[in-house]
Design a protein around this ligand. Structure first.
Ligand code: B12
Ligand code: SF4
Ligand code: SF4
Length: 301
């Protein structure tokens, strides 16, 4: 069995901030939670979440011979003021090169390092891409707990983290420990959410979440939805900004991956520049994003 201490060294060398390992077995305890969430229609128009349920609940169907799941975290916790502080706001993660690419590059680097150490290893990286339960596996590997805002909180890194995973066909020492939920009596995220998307006990109605409305919803926003955006044009960080675990968390090492500035956003808003192709904001409708950025600018004038 490959020792975890050695894996942690390799993950750090690959530029990853935290790592944990679970055995690749079918998911049992998280299934009911997920299916109930779908049944209530909380996923809105994100119909892809209804598909490939068999694979979503069984990682061995995604990677033949899978034995271990390496979950990793990468912090994007910026400190101080930024484009997320001034309206029209965009989420912190959106100013970076697309995290799917950053994390996949680092995960495949880790796979290469594993191959150099262990020989022939077959594996595949997942970052918010395939039918894979990113948060569930991260939680199971002992990286943190699911907070009231429904995000994974790492005691060291807080919740401003991206989650990725490497599913491999070798036996790695598992770190499956249950991390106690340390939200305690705090309810700040639920109280701060301006749309009522958070319903307590980690439950969320994604249809009301500003991130869903500005990024995922394909059909036009209703007037009520438009009015609920609280100055956000792309994503929303409010429930994480108020979380005490993010005040004490270590800061990001991704400053060199920032590719969008306020002036670029302003130029994009008035149509004189495009967004870099590697920006995650290219995933949203350009017309809607521009309208949200311009609307706010003209109402400020
Ligand atoms: C759909 C989606 C959304 C939707 C719905 C969000 C949601 N809460 O489900 C919308 C568009 C709203 C969204 C918004 C955001 N998202 Co998003 N999103 C996803 C996606 C693609 C799927 C999530 C999903 O399946 N939801 C359905 C619910 C039911 O599943 P789940 O919460 O994962 O629950 C599982 C576990 O948590 C576990 N579980 C939960 N509670 C409990 C309790 C017990 C007792 C047990 C046993 C298990 C358990 O069981 C479930 C499995 O059945 C994931 C990537 C992925 N493939 O997982 C990213 C992901 C969750 N998003 C992410 C991010 C960064 C965001 C935003 C912060 C972006 C932004 N700034 O705008 C916001 C945050 C909003 C919020 N408060 O959640 C990150 C979260 C990182 C983290 N630290 O947790 C992820 C993991 C992407 C990634 N790979 O980094 N997102
Ligand atoms: S991201 Fe914003 S809208 Fe979504 S749950 Fe958090 S506070 Fe509410
Ligand atoms: S704000 Fe409070 S309740 Fe919400 S996730 Fe953070 S610690 Fe938990």
């Amino acid at each position: 069995m490959f020792p975890f201490a050695r894996l942690r060294e390799l993950a750090s060398a690959a530029g990853l901030d935290a790592v944990g390992v679970s055995r690749a077995v079918p998911v049992t305890e998280g299934q009911a939670h997920y299916l109930e969430w779908l049944a209530k229609g909380y996923h809105g128009e994100m119909h892809y979440l209804e598909r490939n349920l068999e694979k979503r609940f069984d990682p061995t169907l995604l990677v033949p011979g899978a034995q271990s799941i390496v979950s990793v975290l990468l912090s994007y916790k910026f400190e101080g003021e930024g484009v997320w502080s001034v309206e029209p706001k965009v989420s912190r993660y959106a100013i970076l090169r697309d995290y799917h690419n950053i994390l996949k590059e680092r995960l495949y680097h880790l796979l290469e390092l594993l191959r150099t150490t262990c020989g022939n290893v077959h594996g595949r990286a997942f970052v918010d891409s395939a039918p894979f339960l990113d948060r569930y596996w991260a939680m199971r590997s002992g990286l943190g707990w699911i907070g009231q805002h429904s995000l994974l909180i790492s005691p060291q890194l807080g919740s401003f983290t991206f989650i990725g995973a490497l599913v491999v066909d070798i036996d790695l020492e598992a770190t499956e420990v249950s991390v106690r939920n340390r939200c305690g009596n705090c309810n700040r995220c639920v109280e701060a959410c301006p749309t009522g998307a958070l319903m307590g006990r980690g439950q969320m109605d994604a249809r009301k979440c500003i991130a869903y409305l500005t990024i995922e919803k394909k059909s036009p926003l209703t007037e009520e939805e438009q009015a609920s955006l609280s100055g956000w044009a792309y994503g929303c960080d409010i429930c994480q900004e108020v979380c005490p675990w993010n005040q004490r968390a270590a800061r990001t090492r991704l400053a060199n991956e920032v590719i969008v500035s306020r002036s670029l956003l302003n130029d994009f808003a008035v149509g004189i520049r495009s967004l870099p192709s590697e920006s995650p904001m290219t995933r949203a409708s350009a017309a809607r994003l521009r309208a949200l950025l311009v609307d706010k600018k003209s109402s400020d004038a």
